[in-house]
Design a binder for this molecule. Structure first.
Ligand code: UDP
Length: 318
């Protein structure tokens, strides 16, 4: 039987963080959720608050962090993650990726804990290599509007490796590709909540540009499983976690309209395209398959149906 852990989850009130809190609590581990609610919400963790193994610290991780007691694992999932959010909070995004990450690495070093950095496919920028494997260095505009997120995450990867090499911290780096599911905020601005909210209102789906850009969408449960797997391995190089099923935004819009029976159709916003919007994105997940024996198993329609059920449930109580 596996030992019970005490896990610190920074960004625990966010979309992915809240699923991780839930998953560790379900395994009978203790969770310390640290969040300043910049983009996470108290609602995401409301159902966990009565669990005696759940502790909440409302704090910005860019401020020094001290904690009593033992800590086994520190997970850094704190950061605005949707383009509208990080464009709205450019300085906070840079600070949380840099100072915030270092504060958590210091905590892991002090406690002798494992550390996991939630990095992103955005570190590949607008990729010139397709699909993207972990050896690809990326194509990032370091002064563009998206750079506040991309470069913060690139720096976070760099300092994570430095703490591993210099202080022997047992680190992990995951590069998360587009992920969706329940508790992704409806006003998040990303394509999944935008399209579902529009479809549920019977409105046309807003496609930025001509819709030929591609993404590969992963259901959150698959990601959580990959994260849990990786924590069980001593593997320090970055690992892509994403669903390799690539589709154009046009195709994705048709799936949403089909599943929701939306009569609203599609509307194109040619000039609404965010600068440096990646044209193609698809993870090469051979490394995750080889090292972890992991690959996503949730089909798009299945995951989207569960996500829609969640949005319907929150919309009916609002
Ligand atoms: N997008 C869109 N309509 C929307 C929101 C996004 O067409 O209402 C496009 C966006 O331009 C991008 C893709 O969908 O090409 C995915 O965008 P998202 O914001 O979800 O995340 P990203 O993958 O860019 O970080």
């Amino acid at each position: 039987m596996r030992c019970m852990l005490r896990v610190v989850i920074a960004g625990g009130a966010g979309f992915i963080g809240s699923h991780l809190c839930e998953c560790f609590l379900n395994q009978n581990d203790s969770v310390v959720c640290v969040d300043n609610y910049l983009t996470g919400t108290p609602q995401n963790i409301l159902h966990l608050q009565s669990n005696p193994k759940f502790e909440l610290i409302v704090q910005d991780i860019t401020k020094p962090l001290s904690m009593d007691g033992e800590v086994d694992t520190v997970l850094n999932f704190a950061s605005p993650a949707s383009p509208p959010h990080y464009l709205e909070h450019p300085i906070e995004t840079l600070m949380v990726g840099s100072i915030g990450t270092q504060n958590l690495l210091e905590l892991a070093k002090q406690k002798g804990a494992k550390f996991m950095m939630a990095s992103t496919s955005e570190i590949y920028g607008d990729p010139l290599q397709h699909p993207q494997d972990e050896a690809y260095y990326g194509n990032v505009n370091c002064i563009g509007p998206r750079s506040v997120y991309d470069e913060a995450k690139r720096y976070a990867e760099s300092i994570t490796m430095a703490y591993h090499r210099e202080y022997k911290v047992s680190t992990r780096i995951i590069r998360i590709f587009n992920t969706y599911g329940p508790r992704m905020s409806l006003d998040d601005g990303r394509v999944v909540p935008n399209f579902i909210a529009q479809a549920l209102r019977g409105e046309p789906l807003t496609i930025y540009g001509d819709g030929s850009q591609t993404r590969s969408f992963q259901y959150v449960d698959d990601l959580v499983e990959g994260i849990q797997n990786l924590l069980g391995y001593e593997y320090y190089e970055p690992i892509n976690l994403g669903n390799p099923h690539e589709m154009t935004i046009n195709e994705f819009a048709h799936v949403i309209n089909m599943v929701t029976d939306n009569p609203g159709g599609i509307i194109y916003h040619p000039n609404n395209r965010i600068t440096d919007d990646p044209q193609r994105r698809k993870p090469d997940i051979r490394r995750a398959k080889e090292i972890l024996g992991w690959e996503p198993s949730t089909a798009l329609v299945e995951g989207i149906t569960k996500t829609i059920a969640y949005y319907k449930s929150i919309l009916s109580v609002q």
